[in-house]
Design a binder for this molecule. Structure first.
Ligand code: ARG
Length: 231
């Protein structure tokens, strides 16, 4: 020991489930990962002096990948929850979200939360939406690998409603021209998204928080927010 460690580009390996527009999705042509989360983590990486490399994976595989050291951080519209907090560290909240209900345009039976009782619900596996749906009385819950698959099942008539994050539902209806679907009722709750890192990597968690704070102060965060959510 005692020698100099070789200089190498510091790389931040990011895991994400890139089927969650406008937070993370793939550009149709270039197949590049794009979205609010992607821009944000790239800006955070830059601020920290790291090169960001994004890797796509299943949402339910993100925490195991962090625990196994395969990725340094998960940025995937991931809600900060107590249960997840036992396995990973979360950054300070970077986006306030919440769950909502999506039904077919012609569905007159489901107007709010209480109407979900006994209904067939589609959710993405491993999400807060899935946990929520499982608590609905007598509901039949079907779990899909991605949110778009849950929406497809709604379209096909296999389920009565989808429970998923409100901004993603709004984007799905507005941007994909899915005029056959609508959001009903009030948001079901309020949730905060955070950037997850491995439990043992507390230094990285601190660096990310510091960078996030810097980006909020400099106005860079607002710019990214405007780009994806401004009207
Ligand atoms: N916010 C929800 C959760 O943390 C859903 C996140 C799903 N994210 C994704 N990229 N598919 O459980």
């Amino acid at each position: 020991c005692g020698g100099k460690t070789p200089q190498q580009a510091k790389v931040l390996k990011i895991g994400t489930d890139a089927a969650f527009a406008p937070f993370e999705f793939q550009d149709e042509k270039s197949k590049e990962y794009i979205g609010f989360d992607i821009d944000l983590i790239k800006a955070i990486g830059k601020q920290m002096g790291y090169e960001v490399k994004v890797q796509g994976m299943g949402f339910d595989g993100l925490i195991p990948a962090l625990e196994a050291g395969q990725i340094d951080a998960a940025v995937s519209g991931m809600t900060i929850t107590e249960e997840r907090g036992k396995k990973v560290n979360f950054s300070k909240p970077y986006y306030t979200s919440g769950l909502s209900i999506v039904v077919k345009q012609d569905n007159a039976a489901i107007k709010e939360f209480k109407d979900l009782e006994g209904k067939r619900l589609a959710v993405q596996i491993g999400t807060t939406g899935a946990n929520f749906a499982k608590k609905v009385k007598d509901a039949k819950v079907r779990e899909f690998n991605t949110a778009p698959e849950a929406f497809l099942e709604l379209k096909a008539g296999g389920v009565d409603a989808v429970i998923n994050d409100l901004p993603v539902n709004e984007y799905y209806i507005a941007k994909t021209g899915s005029k056959d679907a609508k959001i009903v009722g009030k948001p079901l709750n309020s949730e905060n998204y955070g950037i997850a890192t491995a439990k043992k990597n507390t230094e990285l968690a601190q660096k990310i928080d510091k960078a996030l704070e810097d980006l909020k102060k400099s106005g860079e965060y607002d710019k990214i927010y405007e780009k994806w959510f401004g009207r």
